[in-house]
Design a protein around this ligand. Sequence first.
Ligand SMILES: [Zn+2]
Length: 418
Amino acid sequence: MPRGTRRLATLGAVAVGGMVLAARGLGPAQLPVAEALVVSRAFVERADTVRRNETLSELFARQQILGTDLLVLLDAWRADLNPRRIRSGTVFEFRIPADDERPDRVRVRANDGTFLVADRGSAGRWVASRETITWDVEAERITGHVTSSLYATLDALIQDSVLPGPARAQLAWDLADGVYAWQIDFTRDLHPGDEFAVLYERLTSSLGEVRYGRVLAAVIETAGRENTAYVLSDAEGRNAYYDAEGRSLRRAFKMYPVQFRRISSNFSAGRLHPVLRTTRAHLGTDYSASVGTPIEATADGTVIRAGRWGGYGIVVALRHAKGIETRYAHMSKLASGIRPGVRIRQGQTIGYVGMTGLANGPHVHYEFIKNGRHLNPRRVDLGDGEPVPAAQRAEFEAVRTALDRQLGRPTVAPSKAD
Ligand SMILES: [Zn+2]
């Protein structure tokens, strides 16, 4: 578990930081390739990297660990390391005593939080152990005015040393799809000059790696209106976001079914000209995204159709509460297990972006139908959010006060209307 800074200890942020890390695997490309290094007169340390199409036997042979010796070592690690699943780029570190040619200690990174270690014991044995990599969690604040898009603005304001490029993109997407998915349509509601302040977690490992954690709080102004967001962990340990009055930002329906590049066509009720027959309605919104991008259900529901359907190509239709149906068209394929009758949760992947049916480029054609009538999914009233659960009210007030201070925002007095 990462160590929390004192500021964040009051927020209960530390455990969630650990969850975030567990969810995001560390690819071999990010593993540092260490140079050989003399650390003392007693022994030498060397690092060796698994090369493309190389087996562990070949790598360990270079380091004088062979035959039975290697089998015994791998057996000591068998609970944590599958030799067949080691990827190229993985780095093993070897410690060689000054009076020997063979290493007496081997170490490899198992995941974000752990090194596996093996020490040579007596009588040809290897003894396995683990070393924990600690992560520090800090809150970082970023404030400014929107220039073009939110992503471009954050990308320009946050330096590489604070958060690397991919982590900045993740922060921007988290704001758009995680925190404000139900409040702000970032392609329509945000304009140059709009003011914002965001407080987010930045994680630093004992090895100097930097990660983005989660959004802690934010205020984004749109059309003179303040959109506030404060994190509170729910009963399952998931991040839930509430506004300053303690209303959940979550709604029954999300605005977008996919991480899109741009909206390639908007909803238009249109009207078929009785004589000319030229105008055509477009009864949904097209979100352009690369082939294979996961498509997510915008709300809880039940699959009522899954498969090929004329011009829709491969499509999924979901039935929701209150006479609402949503459709997701032009998929390259369905997600596994998606068939009529299956219950779906909001945010669950139901298929992948493609261009089947009448589509001239990869995109999701998304329809929102209420009581048989097509509505503009970007104009639908998504309703009010649930209030903070009564049992968490005091916790929420404390979290909001602490986050307001860190955001540099005047503390809001609790509303009497609650
Ligand atoms: Zn369309």
